[in-house]
Design a protein around this ligand. Structure first.
Ligand code: GCU
Length: 138
């Protein structure tokens, strides 16, 4: 299957800022969520058909406190208050994966902070599209 990466800095951002001061991100930067409940990044993901996919969020959390987020697809929470624990530093990026169903056509995948700390810094969302051929042999 083909993995497509959607950068957070290219998504719709509510109460967050695109920054690039902590290296290790892909693309032009990452999203620094405001430290408030309800801050979010919303990615538009097109799917040629309905399918079950693996979603991978790449993030960094330089604190020792969790930065939980609800992950929703088309408005339905598919992972409630998913834990995004500390990664050791703001330059140490980690991934969190979950499985979700996409519909045919345009989908919205949203990661919304559920505590006053806001979300972690979020670099990207990768979608393992099962309907597309693999791009390599690995
Ligand atoms: C620091 C860090 C930011 C981070 C913020 C936070 O200011 O430099 O990248 O987003 O802490 O706690 O959310």
């Amino acid at each position: 299957a083909a993995v497509v990466r959607y950068e957070a800095e290219d998504a719709t951002i509510a109460r967050g800022a695109v920054e690039s001061n902590h290296p290790g991100f892909t693309g032009a930067g990452f999203v620094n969520y405001d430290n408030v409940t309800g801050s979010y990044v919303d990615w538009t993901v097109d799917s040629p058909r309905a399918q079950t996919v693996t979603l991978t969020l790449r993030y960094a959390n330089g604190t020792t406190a969790e930065r939980p987020m609800d992950v929703s697809v088309n408005g339905t929470v598919v992972s409630a208050a998913r834990s995004f624990p500390g990664t050791g530093s703001w330059t140490n990026w980690a991934t969190a994966t979950l499985t979700a169903s996409l519909g045919a056509g345009t989908n919205h995948v949203r990661a919304t902070a559920t505590t006053a700390g806001g979300g972690p810094n979020v670099d990207s969302l990768s979608v393992d599209d099962q309907t597309q051929p693999a791009t390599d042999w690995s």
